[in-house]
Design a protein around this ligand. Structure first.
Ligand SMILES: [Zn+2]
Length: 154
């Protein structure tokens, strides 16, 4: 038997899809939002919040049935849940474990807070941020986002 009882009891296993574990408590719903999952989408979802975790105290877990996340989506998750672990499930088995890594840059994911930035003009360019230790730096105007990056996600 694998898994800790606190994982298994709250959310039943899924047959195919993605499990995102070790999300900081309270960030489960923002994770769904940056994946474009809203109340109107058709995915079968389970979200558990404030689950007891030996490592983290409390954590959130998200399960999405019949959808396997791709790298760009994992990069987005890294912005608000850098400790998350992502398991791809097929026929109830974990076929791939993806550790979330902070990418070197993110394209088209964060909106620049500087209203004068060219990425906020009606130019056909996508936002581009370099991920640095202190935060995210706009490649066009050097504006830094050092906290609450979730509120700038497009
Ligand atoms: Zn900018």
């Amino acid at each position: 038997m694998k898994g800790k009882p606190e994982d298994g009891l709250l959310i039943s296993p899924i047959r195919n899809g993605t499990v995102i574990d070790h999300i900081a408590a309270g960030e489960g719903l923002p994770v769904l939002r940056i994946l474009g999952i809203t109340g109107r989408t058709t995915e079968e979802l389970s979200v558990a919040t404030n689950v007891e975790s030996r490592q983290m105290g409390k954590k959130d877990i998200v399960k999405i049935e019949n959808r396997e996340l791709v790298k760009e989506e994992v990069d987005r998750i890294s912005l608000i849940a850098p400790k998350a672990s992502i398991n791809i499930i097929r026929e109830y088995r974990v076929v791939q474990k993806i550790g979330v890594e902070i990418p070197s840059e993110v394209v088209g994911v964060i909106r620049c807070p500087n209203p004068a930035c060219i990425s906020n003009a009606n130019e056909p360019i996508r936002s581009l941020f370099a991920c640095q230790r202190r935060g995210y730096r706009c490649r066009y105007c050097d504006t830094m986002i050092t906290r609450d990056v979730g509120s700038y996600i497009v």
